[in-house]
Write a new protein. Sequence first.
Length: 313
Amino acid sequence: MITQLARSELARASAGRPAAVTIGKFDGVHRGHQHLVRRLLEEARKRDLASVVVTMHPHPATVLRPGTPISYLCSLEERVELLQGLGVDQVAVLSFTSELAQLSYREFVTLIIDQLDMRLLLAGSDLALGRNREGDVEAIRPLALEKGFELTLVELLSEDDEKVGSGAVREALAAGEMETVTRLLGRPFALHGPVVRGAERGRTIGFPTANIAIGADLALPSFGVYVTRAYLGESRYDSITNIGKRPTFDEDRPTIETHILDFDADCYEQQLRIELLTRVRDEMRFDGVEALKAQIGSDVQTARDYFAKERKP
């Protein structure tokens, strides 16, 4: 009975035929995750199996150690969209609950077999399933023989002898090293949400900004100013974005303010997506509005120069 939620979630994601499965958090869907999923697709095709990715949410730490602060590299919706975009047959979102955490690795694997008709489990060498993460490779091997499924291990993606993982992405993000973040993710780091009304100071000094509302559980880069690419509907724009607490105005909540170059239309309540391309400078406190205005003008020119260089043949 305690697994009824998990059973129903997995059943909804069943491909209706025998499946190759991989399991994990997949936060960020970085290049290491992509490497694993592409191998899943390859092995599934060889065996004429469906390909199913099981992603757990929320992060287990929030259940096992309540109060643990967790920030995600992308929203759950974006995670599912990115995984689907890799071409898998099904993505199963499995709620990590206190009940699920109580299952032994044998019970957990049996649940996956029963609901997804798993014939192949694809995993990295850091495999750890079930209560207290006891289901490591050495524990799962004999279980695979007993239950009649294959266990295929995939070498983790690494560069310069370092694992391409979420930890490396977070470290680079915290340092504002967006070029490294882009390399590890295989795409620019993005933030998106509805445009909401702010203090509208930018418009009064000639640099109107669009303020994006995002979830409080999403990771942010080091506070500062970034060259960004903005998307409104099907349109793409050059832009520059300030992320921080606006120390000149003594505000204490982080804001995301994007100035879209050569754009002055009303975009309130529209969904705005920004890709962070490179860091321009740290967040700064200014003596007055004129000093702030001068610096923003310099930042805008930096963005224009960046995009002009990017467009050169």
